[in-house]
Design a binder for this molecule. Structure first.
Ligand code: MF3
Ligand code: CO
Length: 268
């Protein structure tokens, strides 16, 4: 079942989105050599608690898996998504890290992620991060009322393929979001233009492209959560929550509702 949201409900999701944006900003500012991913987790948890919101990641259950034990996912280098923060994971100059975070306000969820380098990083890796972020914005820009899910996936996939030989994860993708973090529909990072579910105002989606320098195979580690590349190549991951509306996509997890990046994605 697909849950369509009213304007009042989208306003609640926007509140949750701003909490997520604030948590991610605080974590971004703290990322540096010598910092542990557990410290980053505490920073996000504090921002969410201070805002009077709750974490949707902490205690999250998927299938028979152990409940997710943290507020953020912190995925370093060859880890693609769902890396568990740890006191033993100390960031070093040249690493890259994806931070994924979500929050609930009055029962309404938001979810977003970014990838960034720790200090100075390899230009080829930096380029991959930029391609993944631009793919996210192109996917969101394609999410207009009257377009389809296939248009979003096609925008992401065709852009990534045009930029080089990146691996694209197929096992994971975006999702509907609302009174639960994961709702229908699944939002694939590939697709055919004009195919699939038609997008209507009130639909709220989290889009999350994941790409790597090597081939697209991933494996889940023994901790039950961490998804890493099989070949050890490094990966990038970006995510935003956006609402389909009559006046275009509204990015609930971007402080400016995505206005600046969407204008740039449209102009290119
Ligand atoms: N953004 C991720 C997703 O949609 C994070 C959720 S995983 C969790 O899959 F377990 F940490 F909650
Ligand atoms: Co998500």
């Amino acid at each position: 079942m697909i849950q369509l949201k009213s304007e009042a409900e989208i306003a609640k999701m926007r509140e949750a989105g701003l909490v997520v944006a604030a948590a991610l900003d605080a974590v971004r500012a703290a990322i540096a050599p010598g910092v542990t991913t557990a410290e980053l987790d505490e920073i996000a948890a504090k921002v969410i608690a201070d805002a009077g919101a709750r974490s949707n990641f902490k205690g999250y259950r998927a299938g028979g898996n152990i409940p997710y034990p943290a507020t953020i996912c912190a995925s370093v280098n060859d880890e693609v998504v769902h890396g568990i923060p740890s006191r033993r994971r100390v960031l070093r100059e040249g690493d890259i890290i994806s931070i994924d975070c979500g929050a609930i306000v009055d029962g309404w969820h938001a979810d977003a992620a970014f990838t960034v380098g720790v200090g100075e990083i390899d230009p080829e890796v930096q380029r991959m991060i930029e391609v993944c972020e631009e793919a996210l914005w192109r996917g969101i820009a394609a999410g207009r009322a009257g377009a389809t899910l296939g248009d979003i996936g096609h925008a992401i996939e065709s852009y990534v393929r045009s930029q080089g030989r990146y691996g694209m994860v197929e096992e994971y993708g975006g999702h509907g979001i609302g009174t639960e973090m994961h709702q229908e529909p699944h939002v694939p990072n590939r697709g055919r233009a004009g195919r699939g579910l038609r997008l209507v105002p009130g639909l709220v989606l989290a889009v999350e492209p994941m790409i790597m320098l090597g081939d697209r195979r991933v494996v889940t580690r023994d901790d039950g959560w961490t998804v890493a590349t099989v070949d050890g190549s490094w990966a990038a991951h970006f995510e935003h929550t956006f609402a389909v509306s009559v006046d275009g996509p509204r990015v609930l997890t971007a402080p400016d509702l995505g206005v600046s990046r969407l204008a740039a994605a449209r102009a290119s």
